[in-house]
Ligand binder design. Structure first.
Ligand code: TEU
Ligand code: CA
Length: 545
């Protein structure tokens, strides 16, 4: 039976507002800029937009440090702009998803300003505190952006927990008052017509720092179920939790088809294989391709009928996929389309990160030109630890979050048509070649290929909800799988190399219909050209006749 949940049939587009489109020349993207580009998104065919945080924030972590959940930061516009965006998007059948940062607030949030005044303050218990002495933090927990996860506050004679930057104190979810305030705030946004939410680091909210447990604390699923009951379940919202710790088993809880928690989670198992085992993302290693394929198989099969996958290769924290898994040189266009085919052929809800639909690439800047707090802290920390500058920069080129945060490339005018002023971060110099205007004209562009993929998913039920069987599992160059629903079968096959690959198994699909491929002219059916990708349908009806 077909599941009719709208978010199982749509494609989501992620906007990083700061870098999408600047409407007033201050160099920072904003909500009126997004409104200007809604027709572009409509043209692409997506059904929802996830906005990275636009709430009031000192911007220590580009908005992931919120100081007022119920107001818009003036750099992005006003509440009225946000309301207009929701309405204008709805007119185009696009729902707006907000980014809920609920694990922590900014240290400038009024709750924290109060909380740090003293142990007796009514807001003190909104955050996570531990006794200690000035030079001896409670334990060795480290913050994601470097240094200890504990910060001393002399007024309280205590430390507060921050899993991210010092300016991002962790909220205490064990306090029922905190949970109530959060649910009330979520309902307020729902009343404004928000179509869904992405929940930042949702697996970390129920931390137990005494036991050194941060992810998947004992009460995590109880809290998420409570939040879901009190908020999302009252409407057909799309909700996606960011959960770096997720396993197939925990994801079945998070995305339980009974709707008791969330629609789906972002899991990152396919995003952490190109690094040295047990080390950080900066400790680079080649991609173990066969293992990578197995991770996808595990998730596709593991959640089939038991949960729901989100499908993505990029976001605002990750490098550009074409630079990472494809070929950013000679085969940039082919490999960008190939990667899109891989992801959009699977079961789940696909997410496209702004610029991915153009095949935008990573950058290599001087350290002064980077803006991301994580990158800058890493540079400093590793310089102090004695790493060579060259080694650090190689890591930054490959993995810095700023790779994905350079301005969206709209056209070849100065600053890529992103701003008439000075952009907050330098544009990727390749904008003169890679930009939306050219791709909207050119029929074979990456943009139009994404458009076709999105259309295809809407037409083919087998893509939406068919089962998944891996093919050629031990082949180190080719990623192939079959999707099956009743008597319908499709093959998705992707060449991950710049060499031709002869695949004799393709003979069996000789009479199949080519639904989509990234090369136009016909070719030997058993040979895949460099970075070639295709989706072939076995036409059961034709065979019967
Ligand atoms: O990210 C959570 C997270 O743990 C990683 O993405 C981390 O930022 C880093 O990339 C790992 O090397 C979320 C947001 O997506 C991110 O932008 C925020 O900085 C972070 O939470 C804090 O809110
Ligand atoms: Ca602006």
């Amino acid at each position: 039976m077909q599941d009719t949940k709208w978010w199982k049939q749509t494609v989501v587009y992620q906007i990083y507002p700061r870098s999408f489109k600047d409407s007033n020349g201050d160099g920072i993207g904003d909500i009126p800029g997004i409104i200007e580009k809604l027709d572009y998104l409509k043209e692409l065919g997506i059904g929802a937009v996830w906005l990275s945080p636009v709430c009031k924030s000192p911007q220590a972590d580009n908005g992931y440090d919120i100081s007022d959940y119920q107001d818009i930061d003036p750099i992005f516009g006003s509440l009225a702009d946000m309301e207009k965006l929701i309405k204008e998007a709805a007119d185009r059948d696009i729902r707006i998803m907000m980014d809920l940062v609920l694990n922590h607030t900014s240290d400038e949030h009024p709750w924290f300003v109060e909380a740090k005044k003293g142990r007796d303050n009514p807001y003190h218990d909104y955050y996570v505190w531990k006794d200690g002495t000035k030079d001896v933090p409670p334990n060795d927990l480290r913050a994601a952006f470097g240094g200890s996860a504990w910060e001393w506050v002399p007024e309280c004679g205590q430390y507060y927990l921050h899993q991210f930057a010092v300016k991002q104190p962790d909220l205490n979810w064990d306090n029922p008052k905190v949970r109530k305030e959060i649910y009330k705030m979520i309902r307020w946004w729902m009343d404004k017509g928000i179509g869904g939410f992405r929940l930042d680091v949702i697996d970390l909210i129920a931390k137990e720092p005494d036991r050194l447990v941060l992810a998947e604390g004992e009460h995590l699923h109880t809290y998420i179920q409570e939040m879901s009951r009190e908020t999302f379940q009252k409407a057909e919202l799309i909700t996606v939790g960011e959960a770096w710790s997720a396993t197939v088993d925990t994801a079945k809880k998070f995305s339980n088809p009974d709707g008791s928690e969330l629609s789906m989670v972002f899991q990152f198992e396919h995003m952490v294989l190109d690094q040295q085992k047990g080390k950080e993302k900066w400790d680079l290693d080649g991609l173990p391709f066969i293992e990578w394929k197995k991770v996808f198989t595990k998730w596709q099969q593991g959640l089939h009928g038991k949960g729901w996958n989100s499908l993505f290769l990029e976001n605002h924290d990750l490098p550009r996929s074409v630079s990472r898994f494809g070929n950013e040189g000679k085969y940039r266009v082919q490999s960008a389309k190939m990667l899109a085919t891989l992801i959009h052929g699977m079961e789940g809800t696909p997410y496209i990160y702004q610029g991915e639909e153009l095949g935008m690439t990573n950058v290599r800047y001087d350290i002064e030109e980077y803006r991301d707090i994580e990158t800058l802290n890493l540079y400093k920390e590793r310089m102090e630890q004695g790493y060579s500058e060259m080694e650090i920069m190689q890591s930054i080129y490959a993995k810095s979050r700023d790779n994905a945060r350079t301005p969206m490339q709209w056209d070849d005018s100065p600053c890529a048509g992103f701003t008439t002023g000075t952009p907050w971060i330098r544009c990727n110099p390749n904008y003169t070649m890679i930009h939306a205007r050219a791709q909207m004209i050119e029929e074979d562009s990456v943009f139009h290929y994404y458009q076709r993929l999105i259309k295809l998913r809407k037409q083919e039920r087998v893509i939406q909800s068919g089962g998944y069987e891996p093919l050629l599992e031990e082949n180190p160059y080719v990623f192939a799988y079959i999707r099956q629903l009743g008597s319908e079968q499709i093959l998705v096959i992707c060449n991950f190399t710049d060499k031709e690959q002869h695949i004799k198994e393709l003979q069996e699909w000789e009479n199949g219909k080519l639904l989509l491929g990234n090369y136009i002219e016909e070719h030997d059916r058993c040979c895949l050209r460099p970075y070639e990708a295709k989706i072939v349908k076995e036409d059961a009806q034709c065979e019967k006749e």
